[in-house]
Design a protein around this ligand. Structure first.
Ligand code: NDP
Ligand code: SSN
Length: 294
């Protein structure tokens, strides 16, 4: 199967590498073209524009940073719309909002193409290991045609119906995750300031009802103050912002998520946006320790 792949960031690089490893013919494009070199070493071809990828491939997958990048790659100069036509499919796996996905869907289908949104749950390591959870919605026929690619990139694919449902599901999941990492950060700092060993807290948490892979994986490095990016904090804050907008649309009160978003914004203002989202821990640590007397 021949596929195009747009966007070779942390996720796109790992996902396209998996496709190559499993025998797919892959044509890649990235805004910073030099990032294609490593994929070429593993057998990928390169195209100079998103339009050139679509011209060459029946199916094109994208994994881009945010709604503005997703829209630019479709509607911009040398974008997807210049070459999409009947018989070609476009699968956007970026995390965006439902409105962005719907705009892309309308433009692609107006040209006779097929569209599927398919954001993913799971981070750098699951992407490298082909263990993502894929949240697809849109054209069912395209979903069925690209299942061989999803099976290589992920451990489970959900088909969620109409365009927008994949984006919404992804935002709900990341809203919960963003709130959890904030509560976890506060717990680690509170333990340390109460004279407890935070690494013992990790052991206690891991044996109880709120044990989870995120605490298990990120806890030890957070305590060390190491936040090498698997999921960049700037993207987590984007997801909280988009989830809160979904809350506005549906009149859903989300005070916990709103507070978590503020913490991610604070982290960005501290220059931590390119670090892992676990760096929100540093905002809690940075808050002035109250005087023991007061
Ligand atoms: N990292 C993770 O754990 C996960 C991330 N996601 C989501 O996946 C998407 C990608 O994430 P990730 O790989 O971590 O992000 P990165 O920041 O590592 O990569 C972002 C990609 O988007 C490209 N890009 C950014 N702006 C533009 C633009 N204006 N025009 C064209 N291309 C652009 C970048 O190109 P360039 O190299 O030129 O900068 C790069 O290829 C995001 O939507 C994120 O929320 C979903 C699940 C997990
Ligand atoms: O969108 C990023 C999700 C990261 C994860 O699921 O660990």
């Amino acid at each position: 199967m021949e596929v195009g792949f747009l966007g070779l960031g942390i996720m796109g690089k790992a996902m396209s590498m998996n496709l190559l490893r499993h025998g797919f013919k892959v044509t890649v494009w990235n805004r910073t073209l030099s990032k294609c070199d490593e994929l070429v070493e593993h057998g990928a071809s390169v195209a100079e524009t998103p339009a050139a990828v679509v011209k060459k491939c029946k199916y094109t997958i994208a994994m881009l940073s945010d709604p503005s990048a997703a829209l630019l790659v479709v509607f911009g100069k040398d974008g997807i719309l210049e070459q999409i036509c009947a018989g070609k499919g476009y699968v956007d796996m970026s995390t965006v909002d439902a409105d962005t996905s719907s705009k892309i869907n309308e433009a692609i289908t107006a040209k006779g193409g097929y569209f599927l949104e398919a954001p993913v749950s799971g981070s750098k390591k699951p992407a490298e290991d082909g263990q993502l959870v894929i949240l697809a919605a849109g054209e069912k026929a395209l979903y069925e045609e690209v299942i061989p690619a999803f099976n290589v990139m992920g451990k489970k694919s959900f088909y969620l119906g109409q365009v927008g449902n994949g984006a919404k599901m992804k935002l709900v999941v990341n809203m919960i995750m963003g709130s959890m990492i904030n509560a976890f950060s506060e717990g680690l700092v509170l333990a340390g300031r109460s004279g407890l060993d935070p690494s013992v807290l990790l052991d206690v948490l891991d044996l109880g009802g709120i044990a989870n892979p995120m605490f298990r994986m990120k806890g030890p490095t957070m305590i060390q103050g190491s936040h090498s990016p698997a999921f960049p904090l700037k993207h987590q804050q984007k997801d909280m912002r988009l989830a809160l907008a979904l809350g506005d649309e549906t009149a859903t009160s989300m005070p916990v998520a709103a507070a978590a978003n503020e913490a991610f914004k604070k982290a960005r203002s501290m220059g931590l946006g390119d670090l892992d989202f676990s760096a929100v821990y540093e905002t809690v640590k940075a808050l002035e320790q109250p005087s023991q007397k007061s």
